[in-house]
Design a protein around this ligand. Structure first.
Ligand SMILES: Cc1cc2nc3c(=O)[nH]c(=O)nc-3n(C[C@H](O)[C@H](O)[C@H](O)COP(=O)(O)OP(=O)(O)OC[C@H]3O[C@@H](n4cnc5c(N)ncnc54)[C@H](O)[C@@H]3O)c2cc1C
Length: 433
């Protein structure tokens, strides 16, 4: 019997240490982050980063030979749940998106030269990166329709196309660009990835797209989502990351563990919103009682607790499946938690915001910011509908139509079959009557 829901004591100690560090050293910075700017924030985080390094928790998502811990997805997931409580905590631990996923890609598929030039400085915090795949005029949810092309010209590749929502591209030093290298190949082998320096001739970062998160977008701010024109961008053969035609396979390797980390970080956010909801219920008095005494509020609290617990167990189970059986075995579970986790995050934040009334809607509390963050979670890394579709397809593959067109559970049919099978017994029972 090996079901075991415990964290081993040594790792629990690490988690407790992380939780305290994040709460004591990082949460206080959140309130003055906009005043500090990115440079000031990084200065404030430098001593915290040092402590994280000393504790052996820096860039923990990477393999041990690159300074990571080889922790496995369950431990990483538990770590991300803590880091998710603050939007700036991942910066202190060397695993902020999109640099974390890009460093995984470089670690997995990069040549020694690519690792020296891009990965090591990325890990040291000397470079920033972006992942440039989604396009304004083709559906990101169906990347087989990508239109950006990379064509061979002698030893070089020439990239032509337009991308948008390349997060952090306007402050990045290099971009990992997904482009079609062979439009005739099977859909899964059409595209490849390229490492493109942001200052390469022909790379034009047009704007940071204003969003629900940043309606008055300022170009070049941390966390912006850039629109980029690639106008005959020439890169050498060594810019190809991994093999030609391996773009989608590499993207899958990046996305499957990345979604587990997202879901655990969302639980960190949801927990903070939940704590705010419970606190508010204990002191706000309306219509003759505390909010905590209203049944609707009790339902919100109980439902939120149940949903967060379900999402947490489902996500850790997906992580465990990945650790024990590999990424492809965990694929359907990861699709399941991607849309379920995003909904739990959204609903918990929404209830907490509602319970705070106008205060919840105001920027005096972080709930409105959490709400905007939660809305995006239903779109990036694959919209809800696509993950639901892939889960349903997988489940339905295990079913087939009944040969005679009669539902398997059809009671009159089952009764007739049972009467035939148990005729002797039925006869005895009836004879005894
Ligand atoms: C905050 C944020 C950050 C992002 N960061 C990056 C980044 O760093 N790099 C990058 O390359 N991209 C990034 N993206 C883009 C993101 O990955 C895409 O938006 C996403 O893949 C969806 O693609 P799309 O926007 O083109 O929507 P579409 O593919 O056009 O889909 C639009 C809608 O159509 C519906 N739909 C699609 N398929 C189906 C289906 N099979 N069944 C039913 N309905 C369906 C869904 O409702 C879906 O939301 C980011 C997006 C956001 C919001």
């Amino acid at each position: 019997m090996s079901w075991d829901f415990q964290t081993e004591p040594e790792f629990q100690e690490q988690l407790d240490w992380m939780a305290e560090l994040v709460r004591e050293e990082i949460w206080p910075l959140e309130a003055i982050w906009p005043e500090l700017g990115l440079e000031g924030l990084m200065r404030a985080l430098a001593p915290v980063q040092e402590r994280v390094r000393e504790r052996g928790l820096w860039a923990a998502h990477l393999p041990p030979e690159l300074g990571g811990q080889g922790m496995g997805q369950v431990r990483l997931g538990l770590m991300h749940e803590i880091l998710g409580t603050s939007p700036i905590a991942p910066l202190a631990f060397g695993n902020a998106a999109p640099d974390s996923g890009n460093s995984e890609l470089l670690a997995m598929a990069g040549s020694d030269e690519q690792k020296d030039r891009w990965l090591h400085p990325l890990l040291a915090g000397d470079l920033r990166s972006a992942f440039s795949m989604t396009e304004p005029h083709t559906p990101g949810s169906d990347p087989t329709q990508l239109a950006t092309r990379a064509e061979r010209d002698g030893e070089d590749w020439v990239i032509q196309g337009r991308k948008w929502f390349s997060s952090n591209a306007s402050i990045a030093d290099f971009l990992i660009v997904m482009a079609v290298t062979n439009p005739e190949a099977r859909a899964s082998q059409r595209a490849s990835m390229f490492i493109v320096p942001t200052d390469a001739p022909g790379v034009e970062i047009l704007r940071d797209v204003p969003t629900m998160e940043h309606p008055n977008e300022q170009f070049g701010a941390y966390g912006g989502h850039a629109e980029i024109a690639y106008e005959s961008v020439r890169v050498p053969a060594e810019a190809l990351l991994g093999g030609e035609g391996e773009g989608f396979i590499l993207a899958q390797h990046r996305l499957v563990p990345g979604r587990i980390h997202h879901c655990m970080r969302w639980l960190g956010v949801a927990r903070r919103a939940f704590d705010m909801m419970c606190e508010r219920a204990t002191y706000r008095h309306a219509h003759g009682s505390l909010l905590a005494q209203k049944q609707t509020v009790q339902n919100w609290i109980a439902d939120s607790a149940a949903e967060m617990q379900a999402a947490r167990l489902m996500t850790l189970h997906a992580a465990w499946t990945m650790d024990t059986q590999g990424a492809s075995a965990a694929r359907t579970q990861v699709a399941l938690i991607k849309f379920f986790g995003a909904k739990v995050l959204h609903d918990v934040v929404d209830r907490s915001l509602q319970l705070h009334g106008s205060l919840g809607y105001s920027t005096d509390l972080p709930l409105e910011q959490m709400y905007r963050f939660a809305r995006a979670a239903r779109i990036y890394d694959g919209p809800d509908e696509v993950h639901r579709q892939s889960v349903a397809r997988h489940i339905l593959a295990g079913y087939e139509a009944p040969a005679d067109g009669v539902p398997t559970e059809h009671l009159p049919t089952r009764r007739a079959q049972a009467r035939e099978r148990f005729a002797e017994l039925l006869e005895t029972v009836t004879a005894n009557d």
